[in-house]
Design a binder for this molecule. Structure first.
Ligand code: FAD
Ligand code: MG
Length: 294
């Protein structure tokens, strides 16, 4: 019986595990190895690691964690989780593991707009977060792909990173007030629908054959939990405009006592820095719960 099983061994899970390891607790980290940012060659905005490969950041963190003798690691996917009398049991392949507490750090998956050629460029010249990837576009030509009225927010932000064109693509029509806001920020508006992305960078071919040359394209995605475990355990969710996330209290405990959640799974918006902070809080919350009960 472990003190805690952490499902998801990326930034949030590793950070939660590190706090518990340093309290000499017995842990198992289970990880399927599919970080959300695996499509991007570089990660930005996280102190001391700006511009490094996302996988290298996670690999260093894992190496430092595994130096603690009370931590075990299992590669693979936790396919089920259940609550018993004394704790929780999870299945990984043919193995079953038990722990007093469960930390879910399984992240979210992005559903991308269905434009031919877009998915191949995700993380390379198509992004959702300007703070992560805007600077490297060097104040060049930037597109914002409209997916709903929420894209207004994106379009109004991006001029700080380059000359911005808002491609409405039939998803949304700004009213007069919104048009004035876009104009005040110097955003051009393009109503012609998009046929495809082709070419090296983020160039868009429109349905009338014109090609918009772009250094980068920003778009919102719909996110969904990468794993059904939180739902299976009965954890309550909250809705956000981009997708549902697991509801927690300030200690990152979910509505199911003894089950904690952190990182993108349990936040309306995520980044490596926010996930690491969220994971640290979940580690402390889990330790507190182990010491003082729930
Ligand atoms: P993830 O990193 O998504 O990790 C979840 C882990 O849990 C994965 O390893 C997954 O395989 C595992 N898992 C899921 N289900 C199971 C299961 N059932 N059993 C076992 N393991 C499981 N943020 C930045 O700060 N800077 C950037 O430059 C940046 N660039 C990005 C680029 C792109 C294209 C995208 C999509 C995101 C980017 N982000 C960036 C955001 C960042 O990737 C996320 O905020 C961060 O990865 C969230 O960390 P996490 O630990 O919560 O989840
Ligand atoms: Mg509690």
């Amino acid at each position: 019986m472990y003190d805690a099983i952490i499902v998801g061994g990326s930034y949030a899970g590793l950070s939660a595990a590190l706090q518990l390891a340093r309290a000499r607790r017995r842990l198992l980290v289970v990880d399927a190895g599919k970080r959300r940012n695996r499509f991007a060659p570089t990660s930005h905005g996280f102190l001391t690691q700006d511009g490094r490969a996302p996988g290298d950041i996670a690999a260093d963190a894992r190496a430092q964690l595994m130096a603690y003798p009370t931590v075990a690691w299992a590669d693979g996917e936790a396919t089920s989780a259940e609550q018993g009398n004394t704790g929780f049991a999870i299945a990984v392949g043919a193995s079953r593991h038990e722990a007093k507490r469960l930390v879910l750090a399984t992240g979210v998956s992005d559903t991308l707009p269905a434009i031919p050629g877009l998915a191949e460029r995700w993380g390379k010249s198509v992004f959702h977060c300007p703070y992560c990837h805007g600077y490297e576009l060097d104040q060049g030509d930037i597109g914002v792909l409209g997916v709903s009225a929420l894209s207004m927010h994106h379009a109004l932000m991006l001029p700080d990173w380059g000359r911005t064109t808002f491609f409405l693509n039939g998803a949304f029509e700004p009213d007069a007030e919104q048009m004035a806001q876009l104009q005040a920020r110097g955003v051009s508006v393009e109503r012609q629908p998009i046929r495809e992305m082709a070419g090296e960078r983020a160039d868009l071919t429109l349905t009338d054959g014109r090609v918009a040359r772009l250094d980068g394209l920003f778009t919102m995605t719909r996110t969904s939990p990468s794993s059904p475990l939180a739902e299976e355990l009965g954890c309550a969710f909250e809705d956000s405009p981009i997708g549902p996330f697991v509801k927690t209290d300030v200690t990152k405990e979910t509505s199911v006592p003894g089950v904690f959640a952190c990182g993108d799974l349990a936040r309306a918006a995520g980044s490596v820095a926010l996930s690491v902070g969220d994971g640290a809080m979940a580690g402390l919350g889990t330790h507190r719960s182990l010491m003082f009960g729930i």
